[in-house]
Design a protein around this ligand. Sequence first.
Ligand SMILES: [Zn+2]
Length: 433
Amino acid sequence: MDSLSFKIIKTESKTRISILKTTKNLEIECPNFIYPTRRGSHNHLTPDNLELIPEIKCLSIGVGDIITKPGISTLKKYNEYILQKKNPNKQKNETEKTTTLDQPTNTNKDKETEIINKPGIASFYALKNKLIFLTLRDPFLFQMTVPSIKNSVVITSYEGSSVKISAQDYNTLITEANPDIWTNLYSEQLPMPTGKKLMKLTAKNNQWAKNFSTVPKPKQTGFFSIIEGGSEIKQRQNSISQSVDKNCEGIVIGSLFLGETACQRQEILGIINEKIQEDKPKILIGDGQITDVLEAIEAGVDLFCGFFPEFVSELKLVLNLTDLFSLENVLKGDLSKFKGEFYKEYLINICDPKFRDSLKPLVQGCNCFTCQNHKSCYLYHLANSHEMTFDVLITIHNLWQFSNFFVMIREAIKIGKFTEYKKLILDYLEENQ
Ligand SMILES: [Zn+2]
C-alpha cells in the first residue's frame, strides 16, 4: 500500500510550503485549512454547496458524531454492499474476514488490498476529492469532549449523547471509516488543569498511547500521534517523549487554545518544532482567529483546523480578507489607511443600515458564489429579515474568504515575504481592535 507522503517545497524560517499526498492521490498544498464539519457537511450547506468553494480540500469529522450515527455496524454493512457491487464475482464472506481486527485470517497482502478499497466515510457522505481527518476533539464545542474512564474513552456527539469506546472498537471504526488522517485515543479536559492534575492527565494519555500501540492497529496509513500536556512545557516534553509513536506519519497538537496565553502557546510550538522531525506534517486544532492562524503558521504548523468562519457567520459578520489583506495591500504598507473606511474592515457588520441601498458585492473582487450573484443590499435585507438563505450565502462567502486567506499566506511564503506579511497584519489588527 502506498503511504501518505509529505514533501517540503520551500521554507522561510520555520514556516514552510509543503505538499501532503494521500493514498487516494489527493495533493494538498500546505499551509492549509481543515474545515470542521458535522458528518461531512454543515448546518447550512450541502456537500454540493461545499463544491462551490474549491479551496476547501480538507474536512474534519468528529468521531463522536459518526460513532452515534451511522455507527460502526452501518458503516461495515455499507462497505460490504459497495464492495459487493463493485466486485459481484467476489464471495461476500471474503470481504467479511477483515472486519474484525483481531482475526488474522487473511494474509497481509489480502488485508491491505481490501482495506485500501474500503469506501469508508468519504464515500458514505459523498465527499469526493476531500481529505478526511477523523478527530476526537470537536472544534465547534467548548465543552470537554473526551473525558476518559478506566479502559475506554467517553466521546460526546454533537447532539449531546455520549458513547463509551474502547481501543479495539476505535480501531474497528478506523478500519471501516478509512479516513486519510486519524490519531490514537486521548483525553482532553476543560478547563485544562495545571500542576498535579495536569501531570496525572498527561500520564494517563501517555498510558493510552502505549496501550494503543499494543492493540493491533488498523492498516490504514495516515496515523498521526497526538501531543498533549496542556500549557506546561515539562508535560509537553513528557508527552513528546512518551506518546509519539516513532512510526507515526504526522503530529496533531492537542490541548491548545484551552486558556493558555499566546506566549505559552508559542513556547509549546517551539518545543514541538525542536523535538519532532522536520519532515512530519503538523496539525493544530484551535478556534482559528486570524492572529492564531498567522502565529501557528510562523511556528511551522501545516494544517489548521478551526471554526472561526463558522463562528463569524453565526454572528452575521462578513469576512473581508482577500481584499483588505491581499498581498498587494499589505506589503505596500497601506493597511492603516483603511482604518474605519467603508468596506475596509476585516469583519463587516452587514446589518448596518449603510448597506441598505448598497449595490456593491460584500467584498470587492471576491469570486465566491454569493458575491458573484448578489448585492450587499440583498444580503442586508436577508440578514435583517432573519431569512434562512442568509445563513447559506454568508457561510459560502466566509468559507471562500477564509480558505483563500491560506492561498495568500502560501503566496507570501513562496515569495519569501511571510514574516513581513504576518507582522503588518498583526500590527494592523492590534491598532484596530
Ligand atoms: Zn464573497
